[in-house]
Design a protein around this ligand. Sequence first.
Ligand code: 3PY
Length: 251
Amino acid sequence: MRQNIVAGNWKMNKTLQEGIELAKEVNSLVAGISPKCKIVLGTPFTHITEVVKAVDASKIGVAAQNCADKVSGAYTGEISASMVQSTGAQYVILGHSERRTYYGETNAILKEKTDLALANGLTPIFCIGEVLAERESNKHFDVVKSQIEEALFHLSAEAFGKIVLAYEPVWAIGTGKTASSEQAQEMHAFIRKTLVAKYGEAVANNTSILYGGSCNAANAKELFANPDVDGGLIGGASLKAADFLAIITAF
Ligand code: 3PY
């Protein structure tokens, strides 16, 4: 059966020292509880090795927030999937709308990144989601479906089984607006139906689909109560250990 996951996306926040402190705080807060979800910390590249050392790996995994679409070579400033894997991270967030919008990541580029992440044993947390104009013109289902089809549907059922999806409506990212619980469930159910049609019930039912986009301590319980919402990808609220803990314990 699929796993519940609460993954923090720290984005470009925290110095190395602050990041280690935050990881240690989260680690000690969850030490005394038995969380009903896997916890993941999505840290800047520079923090991964230290964060891996600071946490109990049986409860907390670590994610990079990106990886290159090339194997290796003359790509100044890029970090490859094999480099990410060598830090001890187990996950990589791919296709976040900020990467799509500010760094021109297309579904074709994300297909390459996904293949390299999988080839290097990383679990992609693959983000999808529509912008406001697409929702308002009722194109949100088509947009999300094409993001999945174009970047992921070349994968075999076995390979797809390693993917975690994160639905993040772009209009809810960093805006304080959240999709209503009904809107989240409606889209997650649509995504699962799309997966059933391509890979069958078993793969679809085993795929964790997280909700992201201003998910916080106040709304997590209601969002996670939906049958097709298997956790969250958490932005701002993952930067304070107490808020993040409240989301972890919302299951
Ligand atoms: C948010 O919560 O706003 C996010 O972008 C999480 O990835």
